[in-house]
Design a protein around this ligand. Structure first.
Ligand SMILES: Cc1ncc(COP(=O)(O)O)c(C=O)c1O
Length: 383
């Protein structure tokens, strides 16, 4: 089904920072599966974990325990300070679970409250409920009737959140950095203010860390970067380092799921859980996370230089998730022109480029990508 525009090339092989097309051309990949391949393409630790698990137990059934998913739940709870975990396959599925958890908590603990406050330009996934939770312009008209139970506040505007709180409000849900909106970080004061507001009004604070979690911002979780502890966290993307696994984590007061409330055939799949455990062993290391921050500073400094040289605008982001405002709407043409030069990037919005290199990028790769961008003509001419 024609769900998106794709270039004609077919991509056939990946290794580390590089992706090869069927014409044998090599591309420096700053998409990395859409911020998914935390350790780059086909990292040996991931391939070995998959191989070992695939020859041991692929799946017993979601109705039976398996070792990798038990170990992953324990590891993630230990690292995050959360108390329970549920596993799905996609970020949207984890967020859908978070919304269900909030509604259950509201029914049990808050007189049936069910409404979740989310934000303009937010992105939480493409199921009906997560599309309604998202604030992507135009989405509210796409598949009517829209799922009810969401109210939209303005980004980084605590008063706009406070104004929406009512007797039916159960939670506030947000991305610590709005990724798909063009890499728009929540201010640290905004996050602290939301925590205080949720405490004062007895609401759950839900962080969608599908894009920002698992080391992307230079801490294992974005909430650790800002010192604000949410009640519920969702993870996806980088968690599996390239394979489909997502997680819903909750702290004790919010752990209200009972038998029958949540499930899925592939939930806690041992093959995916084994992959996630292998990736976590690497990305949770303090020295690894320090490397993400260092490479991020290098990338940001380079982007600022390019912005000055080519008349671009703001450079926003953290860790290894960055955006460059172009000051014009030629993002899609630039993406094409950069690909012609051997660099894969994304225009999160027509007026900005987004960069999501592998977390173990080398200094040389960052310099090489910046040089390719420098060489990409404004307006995409010469593509
Ligand atoms: C913050 C955030 N939440 C949820 C999702 C949806 O994840 P998935 O595409 O795995 O369903 C995304 C995907 O880009 C995301 O960036």
């Amino acid at each position: 089904m024609p769900i998106t525009e794709r270039p004609d090339e077919v991509f056939v092989r990946g290794e580390g920072a590089w992706l090869w097309d069927d014409q044998g051309r090599r591309h420096l990949d700053w998409l990395q599966g859409w911020a998914v391949n935390a350790l780059g393409h086909c990292p040996p630790v991931l391939a070995q974990a998959l191989q070992a698990q695939a020859t041991t137990l692929i799946t017993p059934s979601p109705a039976l325990h398996n070792r990798p998913s038990l170990a992953l739940a324990a590891r993630l709870c230990g690292l995050s300070g959360m108390h329970q975990a549920w596993f799905g396959s996609t970020g949207a599925e984890a967020n859908e679970g978070a919304i269900k958890l909030a509604r259950k908590w509201g029914r049990a603990r808050r007189d049936g409250a069910f409404e979740v406050i989310t934000f303009d330009n937010a992105f939480h996934g493409r199921t009906l409920a997560t599309m309604a939770a998202s604030g992507k312009p135009g989405w509210e008209r796409l598949f009517p009737p829209q799922a009810p139970g969401f109210a939209k506040a303005r980004w980084n505007d605590l008063d706009s959140v406070r104004a929406l709180v009512g007797p039916q409000t159960v939670a506030v849900m947000l991305e610590p950095v709005q990724g798909e909106a063009g890499v728009r970080p929540a201010g640290p004061g905004f996050l602290r203010g939301l925590r205080a507001l949720c405490d004062e009004q007895r609401l759950l604070l839900i962080f969608d860390e599908v894009q920002t979690g698992c080391g992307r911002l230079g801490e294992l979780f974005a909430f650790q970067r800002h010192g604000v502890l949410p009640d519920v966290v969702t993870l996806g993307k980088g968690l599996g380092g390239g394979v489909p696994i997502s997680a819903l984590l909750a702290r004790e007061p919010a752990c209200v799921f009972e038998h029958g409330d949540q499930g899925g055939t592939y939930g806690g799949h041992p093959l995916m859980a084994a992959a996630a455990l292998a990736v976590l062993e690497v990305v949770a290391q303090p020295a690894f996370l320090a490397g993400v921050r260092e490479r991020g500073e290098q990338l940001a400094a380079g982007l600022r230089t390019l912005a000055r040289r080519h008349g671009g605008g703001e450079v926003r982001g953290d860790g290894l998730l960055w955006a460059l405002e172009l000051g014009r709407d030629d993002g899609p043409a630039l993406v094409q022109a950069a690909r012609a030069r051997g660099l894969l990037v994304n225009a999160a919005r027509p007026h900005c480029l987004r960069f999501m290199p592998r977390l173990n990028s080398t200094a040389e790769e960052i310099d090489h990508g910046l040089a390719l961008l420098d060489d990409t003509p404004a307006g995409g001419a010469g593509a």
